[in-house]
Design a protein around this ligand. Sequence first.
Ligand code: ME8
Length: 538
Amino acid sequence: GRRCEELIKPFYVTTPIYYVNAAPHIGHLYSSVIADIVARWSRLSNPDVPVIFATGTDEFGMKVQQAASAEGKEPQEFCDDVSQKFRDLATIANISCTRFIRTTEQVHQDAVQHVWRELVKRGHIYKGMHSGWYCVADECFYTEPQVEKTVDGVMVRHVSKESGRPVEWAEEENYMFRLCAFQQPLLDWLESNPQAIMPHKRYKEVVKTLEDVASIRDISVSRPKSRLQWGVPVPDDPDHTVYVWLDALINYLTVVGYPWRGEAPTGWAEGWPADVQVVGKDIVKFHAIYWPAFLMALGLEPPKQILAHAHWTKDNRKMSKSTGNVADPNEAMSKFGADAVRMYLCAVGGNLAEDADWSDERLRAFYVGSLRHNLGNLLPRIMSQSIMGRVRKCPFIYTEDAPVHEDDKSLHDTLQRIAAIVQEHVQKREFGHTVHAILYALTEANGYFTKLQPWRTTEPVEVCARGQFYAFETLRIAGILLQPFMPSKATQLLDILKVERRGLEAAKVGAEGEGAHLRVANLEILFPDLNPKPASGA
Ligand code: ME8
């Protein structure tokens, strides 16, 4: 009944909300793709559990204020333009978000002010003089030991050791959040939740930081209005603006309707705590220390998992909007298609712990080798007229209890194990392994087909039928498992194969039922030639 349905906790996934100081680059797309795979995998493996999947833009703060003024625009107008670019990117890349949030929305500003009042009421915020090195690019204060001097020609600059970005000295009255009080509660939380930060490398880093008493200090959560106008006003104090990171993190609560007075869609309130919050390694401190501390201060549960990925570099240098050293996701998707780019991001960047270097050349090679030749070619191979003609006359009938032919054994085993293997990799957040496991099954099927030579009319028709069946099954199972990774191409493949059951439970040999392999529709080219030869005579 309806009552029961409402009690199912939705699976809640988030991406970071992106600063609108410049257009998106491939790193932003990467975060969104990882989150999308997690969301789509949940829908595939638990179709009864609703998914809330939020992404959006982070629009307040000094950084955006400065970027807008550099372009001579009003901040709101500037935010509208750039936010739209992130929204378009999500659409083009097939990111299945259910909510695109902008921090300038009134509903979010109300949530931020509600949180502020709540924190004051609970005694977690106090006013004090605060001094430190502020970094606009990182939107945070650094302490003396976190800053160093660099000499750039004749210029001596102070920069953050962590990010290398310039800092400036600020001494001002701020509201402070009692982070110190949460040092032990945070350690306790992490101790009982070893998967709260993944990959484990990041978990260990955070625990180490928390264990170092000196590294945890109360944090400034407001800036004087004179410095920062573009932000949520501190309630009841017109001289101060809420610190952009406090504002930004609260977006994850705004989405599910906090403070739960009925603004969000029905059932979304049950979405908290978030199940998976995808972030880049640059913002782990904010998500794995500040954020759970804010939540504990509010009496709310911390997220179940912070999933932190490493960075994409270009020419082995950090990709960054401010230096212009970026790969353009729209350009890559228009050349290779959104699905190919998504797959490449997983295949190369799927080991979340290590940085990966972006290269158009390697993407091209991946497209041609793994997608066009490996996956793309198996399809026409099984659908050739001579094969289909012979198979239809004498089809292979698969039964679960019949012994598997010696020739088919290895591929059969691979296919029976692949869904479980993929599921395990996804749970361990090893997206690269996942993609490679599926591509490997396709390679194996191509090798099997080549060895069996079912197209040769000198081979008995029974060999032809078995060969076509197993190659079809490989494509069908791969198609099911690839849905979260390359949603449009996987759907196109399953449509060509006329597959009806597309759930995870159908990812085993024979699951589509007798004769499924004979029903294939018209052949379409899944991954077209990137440099088609001009038509003859042209
Ligand atoms: O930090 N490689 O926004 P942001 C991989 N607004 N991922 C990258 C990347 C790279 N080279 N560069 C950026 C902010 N990213 C805040 C977040 S959340 C409450 C507020 C990804 O526009 C990565 O996920 O600087 C990183 O954490 C995010 O983009 C930062 O985007």
